[in-house]
Design a binder for this molecule. Structure first.
Ligand code: NAD
Length: 304
C-alpha cells in the first residue's frame, strides 16, 4: 500500500504509517498537475488545508480509497467527487481544541492587559505604564458562543480562572455545562451580560455574520470580543464601526473574512485590537495529534 503525504506531517504520524507496512511518499504542497501525477498509484492521500484535492485529482487516482485531512476543515477536498467513488474522507476535529482554547486566553490577556500594545510602545522607546491600565479576569463573566469541543475547553479554563461562565448553543449539553460551572442563556442575554464574548461556532448559513451591528450594540462598552472560530462569523465592517465608536472595549482576532488580512486593513489601526494570523491550531501538540489521528484512521481503513 502506498500513501502520499502532500503536506507537512508530524514524524510520529509518518511512523504510524510506516509501522503498518505502508510505503510513504512525501511531497510538500504539490500543485494540481503534479498531484495528478503523484496520485496515480496511491491508496491514500494526506493533506492539510492545502493542497486542493479536486475532482480531477480524484479521477486520476484509480486505487485511492481514503483521503486524510490532518486538521478540521474539509473545504479543500471535493467531497462530492470522493463520495461518488466511494472514497472515505477522514479528519481530526478534536486534535486542536485545547490549543485553540489556550490561544483564546492568550488573545484575551493580550487585550485585557494591553500586552501587545505595551510591547509595541517599548520597542518605540515609550514607557507606556499609564496607558496600559488593564482589567482582571477573576469574577468577570465570559460568554461562550458555541459550546462544542473548543467552547468546552475555553469554559473549563475560564472556570479555573474564577470567571462566571455563560453559554449559548442551540444544542445545550447540560452535563458538560455543569462540569465547567456554566449556565445556558439565550444569545441576547449572553451578549448583554458578558465582559468577554468568545466565538466557537462553525461557519454555516445560520452563523454567517452572527455578530453584526445590532448584536455588537448589545455588548457592554467595557466588553472584549474574541474570535478564533471563522472570520465571517463576525461582520467585519460592523466590528470596525463598533471599535471606532466605542461600543466595545477591544477585540482579539485569530481569523478574518479575508485571509491573509491586508496590511492596510482598518483593524490594524486599533491599539485595543490584537491580531494573530490564524494560529489557533499551530502548536506542536495539536499538529502531532492531528497527524497521528489521521494516520491511525487510514491504517484502520486500508487494513480493515
Ligand atoms: P464543534 O462542532 O465541536 O462545536 C461547535 C458548537 O457550535 C456545537 O456545539 C454546535 O451545536 C454549536 N453551534 C452550531 N450552530 C450554532 C449557532 N448558530 N449558535 C451557537 N452555537 C452553534 O466545533 P469546534 O471543534 O469546537 O470548532 C469551533 C470553531 O472553531 C469552528 O468554526 C472551527 O472552524 C474553528 N476552529 C478554528 C481554529 C483556529 O485555528 N482558529 C482551529 C480549529 C477550529
Amino acid at each position: 500500500m502506498k500513501v502520499l503525504v502532500a503536506a507537512p506531517l508530524h514524524e510520529k504520524a509518518i511512523e504510524v504509517l510506516k509501522n503498518a507496512g505502508f510505503e510513504v511518499v512525501y511531497e510538500e504542497y504539490p500543485d494540481e498537475e503534479r498531484l495528478i501525477e503523484l496520485v496515480k498509484d496511491v491508496d491514500a492521500i494526506i493533506v492539510r488545508s492545502k493542497p486542493k484535492v479536486t475532482r480531477r485529482v480524484i479521477e486520476s487516482a484509480p486505487k485511492l480509497k481514503v483521503i486524510g485531512r490532518a486538521g478540521v476543515g474539509l473545504d479543500n477536498i471535493d467531497l462530492e467527487a470522493a463520495k461518488e467513488r466511494g472514497i472515505k474522507v477522514v479528519n481530526s476535529p478534536g486534535a486542536s481544541s485545547r490549543s485553540v482554547a489556550e490561544l483564546v486566553f492568550g488573545l484575551l490577556f493580550a487585550v485585557a492587559r494591553k500586552i501587545a500594545f505595551a510591547d509595541r510602545k517599548m520597542r518605540e522607546g515609550v514607557w507606556a505604564k499609564k496607558q496600559a491600565m488593564g482589567i482582571e479576569l477573576e469574577g468577570k463573566t465570559i460568554g461562550v458562543v458555541g459550546f462544542g469541543r473548543i467552547g468546552y475547553q475555553v469554559a473549563k479554563i475560564a472556570n479555573a480562572f474564577g470567571m462566571n461562565v455563560l453559554l449559548y448553543d442551540p444544542y445545550p449539553n447540560e452535563e458538560r455545562a455543569k462540569e465547567v460551572g456554566g449556565k445556558f442563556v439565550d444569545l441576547e442575554t449572553l451578549l448583554k451580560e458578558s465582559d468577554v464574548v468568545t466565538l466557537h461556532v462553525p461557519l454555516v448559513d445560520a452563523t454567517y455574520h452572527l455578530i453584526n451591528e445590532e448584536r455588537l450594540k448589545l455588548m457592554k462598552p467595557t466588553a472584549i470580543l474574541i474570535n478564533a472560530a471563522r472570520g465571517a462569523v463576525v461582520d467585519t465592517n460592523a466590528l470596525v464601526k463598533a471599535l471606532q465608536e466605542g461600543w466595545i472595549a477591544g477585540a482579539g482576532l485569530d481569523v478574518f473574512e479575508e485571509e491573509p488580512l491586508p496590511a492596510d486593513h482598518p483593524l490594524t489601526e486599533f491599539d485595543n485590537v490584537v491580531l494573530t494570523p490564524h494560529i489557533g491550531a499551530s502548536t506542536v501538540e495539536a499538529q502531532m495529534r492531528a497527524g497521528v489521528q489521521v494516520a491511525e484512521q487510514i491504517v484502520e481503513i486500508l487494513k480493515g
